[in-house]
Design a protein around this ligand. Sequence first.
Ligand code: NDP
Ligand code: OXD
Length: 314
Amino acid sequence: MSVNILFAAKESDWSEYEAALATALGKAGIDFNLSNSQSADFSAAETDYMVWSPNSVVQDFTPYTRCKAVLSLWAGVERVINNPTLTQPLCRMVDRGLEEGMVDWVTGHTLRHHLGMDAQILGQNGVWAPQTPPLARHRQVTVLGLGPLGSACARMLRQVGFDVAGWSRRLKDIEGITCFSGADGLRDALKRSEILVLLLPNTAQTENIINAETLALMPDASFIINPGRGPLIDDDALLKALDTGKIAHATLDVFRVEPLPGTHPYWTHPNVTVTPHMAAETRIDSSAEVIAENVRRGEQGEAFLYLADRKTGY
Ligand code: NDP
Ligand code: OXD
């Protein structure tokens, strides 16, 4: 019997995902019936799996009584994990395309701040005044969050030569990276954060983790790069720290409200770079393979990959 798979993600992505999912599901040996939510030829109650993203028309999961798993196209699941109608297992997206994109973006912005590239790119003034940056190995970079994305970035930054530390809920052991966990670990991690990268999920425990108190622990004139989630940062505290020079520059990709409202002070602050939630995007072909593998697992009674945990919120 065919497995009914409902594509209930962003409508405009359907045409590209349809072909990629069909290829990946076929390769995984699944007999499938794939439809999008606008023109499904099976009912909600007949849906076996749902491919979902936050911009989906499906926000009430109650009618999907047979659905064995909701497969998110996004890595961050804060917009669905506490949905009271979601009783089905929820899988986050872990995708090599997403990971490669995040590594590129984080490495690029880290190098920009490390090398002080803005001074040359934006400050050409006819004055010949070389300012040699320190070597990467003399620059301490800290990554908060060592999931698939944070650990991939930490490893690449280490490979480039930086002195890298990371912090996570459970203590990690990653070659070449100084790993911290717990409240004391967070303090130690922040004290050495000349460049701080935020790759934590948005949960009740991580909200406002960067606040006046934690910012005060960071070295003077340090840098913040946030491709994690907006609510990780207390915005007023960051703006104050930018105004005093405690934080030299913040590169922010994610915000409490997205798109970032045109009147938000981040847009005009001289020491803030705003990027429009584009640090990394789920890539169609590689994510289709992840979806197909999870459908295969579900059909063969194997454990799903990347199950989100309602207790921890990610
Ligand atoms: P994971 O959920 O796998 O990893 C999260 C990491 O944060 C883990 O190391 C986890 O610890 C740690 N963590 C979670 N809660 C706490 C806590 N309370 N205290 C300390 N550490 C904690 O996520 P990914 O690596 O896949 O993704 C990270 C985030 O990146 C996503 O949640 C999303 O918000 C963001 N993202 C942003 C994108 C963009 O374009 N800007 C694109 C994709 C994702 P442990 O290892 O012990 O579980
Ligand atoms: C994600 C994102 O969570 O794009 O995948 O932010």
